[in-house]
Design a protein around this ligand. Sequence first.
Ligand code: AMP
Length: 294
Amino acid sequence: MSGAGPASPATVRVIREIPELRRHVDAARQAGARVGFVPTMGALHDGHLSLMRRARAECELVVVSIFVNPAQFNDARDFERYPRDEARDVELAATAGVDVVFAPDAGAIYPPGFATSVSVDGVSVPLEGAYRGAEHFRGVATVVTKLFNIVAPHVAYFGQKDAQQALVIRRMVRDLDFPVTIEVCPTVRERDGLAMSSRNVRLEGSDRARALALKAGLDAAAAAVADGVRDPRNVVARATTAMRAHGVEPEYVAAVDAATLAEPETLRGETLVAIAAAVGPVRLIDNCLLDVPA
Ligand code: AMP
């Protein structure tokens, strides 16, 4: 190859130690920078990159964390098999204009004798909380608290893909007065509708096609609402049928109030349709928001 290639992206600084990260962010803050933060578990894809680009557009300093948080995995095998490729992640973060990748070791985040956790009641209880256990969102809330204290961002960006997680974080930030603004960004999908997820690389053979069951379930729920169905049980039944047609049995399908996650008698207003299913060895989640007219 000769000639001018694409402009090489700015270099990303990779920081592993908490004091160094704090020094770096403090200096930028003192110089007046707005600090944007995107917490991730790595294995980056376009969904993650969309959050980083949004942060880049709105902030002078963009920090991304890459930390596969053992405390939020209810399944040890899922943790072991979680894809990890830091070198590739750092390159991708660079293409999105990220300034700093914070990639701490587990020992930096969980020092010996670690004994404190943050648990959020209410919105963490149903759906993922019921299926993965209370330790899942406790693990999420605790690590996000630590990361907020370490990075001290003005704004933190989360994905609507993990709708319940975003609700839990919003509730925690409001209840505990964290000085951070939470922005939730739309779900990025593959061309065929599959929601991007780090776990998708583990879908093999026919499982990749079967994974479209989740989007088909959401589409069927939206169609049911458009047809005038207002009983959440009937909406759930239509979604379940659509998923089974793809050879996938849902773990749960729920049509709930988007703010409280409670199931109403009759659907009305901002409604979250949330789905989880195992497709082969991979557990996937997806959701959509529907504005249900009376
Ligand atoms: P994770 O690495 O899975 O912990 O995700 C890090 C952040 O990226 C979370 O806020 C997720 O909600 C978000 N995210 C993951 N997948 C997507 C997607 N397909 N579209 C938008 N955001 C996503």
